[in-house]
Design a protein around this ligand. Structure first.
Ligand code: AMP
Ligand code: GLY
Length: 762
């Protein structure tokens, strides 16, 4: 290949990656002519009319037009063997041969290769037969990921939430062939947990030079929720990955690719893109790709100071050992993808691209955009990428989002507002750190609420280092015992945030604490809370604390103290964590569970008011495509999905006070995380189990819906959800009637204590 005045053909793609590649090479002094096929509206001046899938036609164009170098954008032409066709015709190509591109083209190939060359990955196995797959699953007993072996444009990976979903994915791919040929073979892998990172290198067959690390955002929804996409935004480099860690990742995940491929007799020339999960046990390979990532290319390429075309030429010529890639120091690039409504399932087409103005250190990369009569319109799911640069991630995002905001204000386009959220919550750039005023504001806002719970037992509360509580009232007990319990509201707050309904979450945590001490027979005395958010919004914290205060007043306990913590970078923008500790007291003579629980004791169930604080990950998934304001399917008139899901966790203190006072109950179980299956055995003596018949109580429609839509087995359902029973009373059989009468609300005889262990569902 000659050294300058090159005619370069960029082939195979028309997305943001290809526009970014054009921007990266178009001003290279080595370039004389650039042709692009198919390209998009961003590459119009270079686009040529050529059937890029027809190898013969491509070779003929290259020969007749004197193309010196072909650069391949996406994976499919490589897996189809375009590099082989070009090399047979003596035309230089940047991109691996068909054999080497198997690294992306077959996930099974990639895993066997990784195993052979000691590249750490998840436990995995490949299958073509449903029964064998199911049998192996049985032996693994861990959460898994199910993948189609072949190329499936990002749709071939299922991350199932339950065993039923896992089995469905296996049947879908192997029996129903939903992915066609690509899914005739599947891979089942252990599910890796951690932060994802992409690592890119350029290989010349013998040597690989690393570029920069990047992080993509694959899910379509805020906070990494919803369906997988090609990528909704990315940034590079990844903060916190120091040079030594990066070098280690290169050593573990990039170097073995060139060395291994050379050893196999299929030298690798082109981009090696390793998807890596940083797990608690160390970095693990998720997958290899044989091309630049999209949108990662849009942030990586602008960070390369060296001449990118020269770099690609060196790779093709096998001369990378001479090359040192210069990367811009102290600069971060971030890209936010602007997509068409309906993406990734059925993106709207033909959306007019609105006018926008750039801010300093920003530029726009076109993806699914075509030009029609001098007007730009959308032609794909991912429409544009807005790239911002800055000294750090927060600054880069601060330069991208003002442009994104202009674009998404137009009908038909959307973007994630939380790109970079793990490292720099979006509103962090406005405040850059923790705001002291917000803390003072919060204290002012909550003072009244907190004080409204106080009575003569509080010696000092708000503003003191520790709350001081007078326990002289406990002198009524012969031998007072303190009972303390800590818990949190969990991911229910995600829904509260979506619907802007916060008071309930405050009551949730107080009532949760009350029930937890109540099951040991204790009356609640005082509560201490924690509210943590990426950024404190005094009004939100205020409303949460209002809810806590009201629940405290209703149950005669005091809100003695608390903490509001502002934690940008730890929590995601908009998310709130609510937790707290309840302290109660009981006389030793009334401590529960009592001795004497034995087979034959009956189990009385009291209704829950909803999910209480458990099962929200499942519920969010089941309802993800539904508007929270929609009517709950099968529910009472006027009750929305949001109402049902956010129903406040009730307190059982008042309804139970008469039966506790009269010593009628031998044990109480609060049905929280783990359901009746895990919570009931906690209060049964050794040698005792329980038989519970789920048909004995009225199951609220919300639970039936979650069970059927979530594909839950009966036992699984009773372990994830309370299924309509929030409290179980263990009562001597002769006292059953008296207890049910004293409860003053509907209750059900749901089963009995039996000899054995655990819970049998009848
Ligand atoms: P892939 O098409 O292999 O990039 O997979 C798409 C996404 O699925 C990845 O970015 C991960 O988020 C997820 N994924 C793939 N494999 C695994 C795994 N073994 N464990 C956990 N998540 C995975
Ligand atoms: N952004 C992910 C990919 O290009 O595969």
């Amino acid at each position: 290949m000659k050294d300058s005045q090159l005619h370069v053909l960029l082939l195979g793609g028309g997305g943001g990656r290809e526009h970014a590649m054009v921007l990266a090479i178009k001003d290279s002094p080595k370039l004389e002519r650039l042709s692009v096929t198919p390209g998009n509206a961003g590459t119009t001046e270079y686009n040529i009319d050529l059937d890029h899938e027809n190898h013969q036609a491509v070779v003929e164009f290259c020969t007749s037009e004197g193309v010196d170098l072909v650069i391949v954008g996406p994976e499919s032409p490589l897996v189809a063997g375009i590099a082989d066709a070009l090399s047979e015709a003596g035309i230089a190509c940047f991109g691996p041969t068909k054999a080497a591109a198997q690294l992306e083209g077959s996930k099974t190939f990639a895993r066997s290769f990784a195993e052979k060359y000691d590249i750490a990955g998840p436990v995995c196995e490949s299958f073509t037969d449903v029964d064998n797959a199911l049998a192996w699953l049985e032996t693994l007993d861990k959460p898994v990921v199910v993948k189609a072996d072949g190329l499936a444009s990002g749709k071939g990976v299922i991350v199932p939430e339950s065993r039923v979903e896992t089995e469905r994915a296996i049947y879908d791919f192997l029996a129903d062939k939903t992915m066609g040929q690509a899914g005739e073979r599947i891979l089942i892998e252990e599910r890796l947990v951690g932060e994802e990172l992409s690592l890119f290198g350029i290989a010349d067959g013998k040597t690989i030079v690393p570029l920069v690390t990047a992080q993509d955002h694959k899910r379509v929804g805020e906070g990494n929720t919803g369906l997988n996409t090609g990528g909704m935004g990315a940034f590079a480099p990844v903060p916190g990955i120091e040079a030594d860690v990066e070098a280690e990742l290169v050593e573990k995940f990039l170097t073995p690719v060139v060395e291994g491929m050379a050893a196999e007799g299929t030298p690798y020339i082109g981009v090696v893109y390793a998807g890596i999960m940083l797990t608690a046990d160390g970095p693990r390979l998720i997958e290899y790709n044989c091309r630049f990532g999209d949108p990662e290319a849009q942030v990586i390429l602008p960070l390369i100071e060296s001449d990118v075309l020269e770099l690609l030429c060196a790779a093709v010529a096998g001369k990378l050992d001479d090359v040192k890639v210069q990367v811009k120091q102290d600069t971060t690039a971030a890209v936010v993808v602007v997509a068409a409504q309906g993406y990734p399932v059925a993106p709207r087409k033909n959306i007019p691209i609105p006018d926008y103005s750039l801010v300093e250190n920003s530029h726009v990369v076109l993806a699914g955009v075509r030009a029609e009569d001098d007007e730009l319109r959308s032609s794909g799911g991912r429409v544009l990428g807005v790239v911002g640069h800055g000294d750090d991630l927060a600054a880069a995002l601060a330069n991208a989002y003002p442009v994104v905001d202009q674009l998404v204000s137009s009908d038909g386009l959307f973007a994630r507002s939380d790109i970079g959220w793990r490292h720099a919550p979006r509103d962090a750039y406005a405040k850059a750190g923790v705001s002291l005023e917000a803390g003072a504001e919060v204290n002012k806002r909550i003072a009244e609420s907190v004080k409204s719970t106080h009575d003569e037992r509080v010696v000092s509360g708000l503003g003191s280092f520790g709350g001081v509580f007078d326990i002289s009232s406990l002198s009524k007990y012969e031998r007072p015992l303190l009972v303390a319990s800590t818990d949190g509201v969990g991911t229910k707050t995600i829904l509260a945030e979506k619907l802007d309904r916060w008071e309930g979450c405050g009551a949730d945590i107080v009532n949760h604490g009350i029930n937890d001490v109540l099951v040991q027979g204790a009356e609640p005395l005082f509560f201490l809370d924690t509210v943590a958010a990426a950024h404190l919004e005094p009004e939100v914290v205020g409303r949460i604390v209002d809810g806590m205060a009201e629940a405290c007043r209703e149950n005669d306990c005091v809100l003695l103290g608390g903490e509001t913590a502002e934690m940008p970078g730890v929590l995601t923008a908009g998310s709130v964590d609510i937790a707290g500790t309840m302290v109660g007291a009981v006389d030793q003579s009334k401590l529960l569970p009592r001795e004497g629980i034995r087979p034959g004791h009956v189990l009385i169930g009291m209704a829950s008011s909803g999910l209480h604080t458990n099962g929200y990950s499942l519920a969010r998934r089941v309802f993800q495509d539904m508007d929270l304001n929609d009517q709950l399917p099968g529910g009472a008139e006027g009750v929305s999905v949001g109402d049902a899901l956010l129903a406040t966790h009730r307190s059982y203190l008042k309804p139970l006070s008469a039966v506790l006072e009269a010593n009628l109950v031998d044990g109480l179980a609060h049905i929280t995380g783990g359901g009746i299956i895990d919570n009931l055995p906690r209060i049964l003596p050794d040698g005792c189990g329980a038989a519970v018949d789920p048909l004995t109580w009225e199951r609220p429609v919300l639970f039936s819906y979650l069970v059927s839509r979530g594909g839950l087995g009966m036992r699984e359902a009773h372990q994830i959800l309370n299924m309509g029973i929030g409290m179980v009373l263990v009562v001597a059989p002769e006292k059953q009637e008296e207890v049910q009468a004293a409860l003053d609300e509907p209750s059900w005889l749901i089963g009995q204590v039996i000899a054995g262990s655990g819970v049998n569902l009848a």
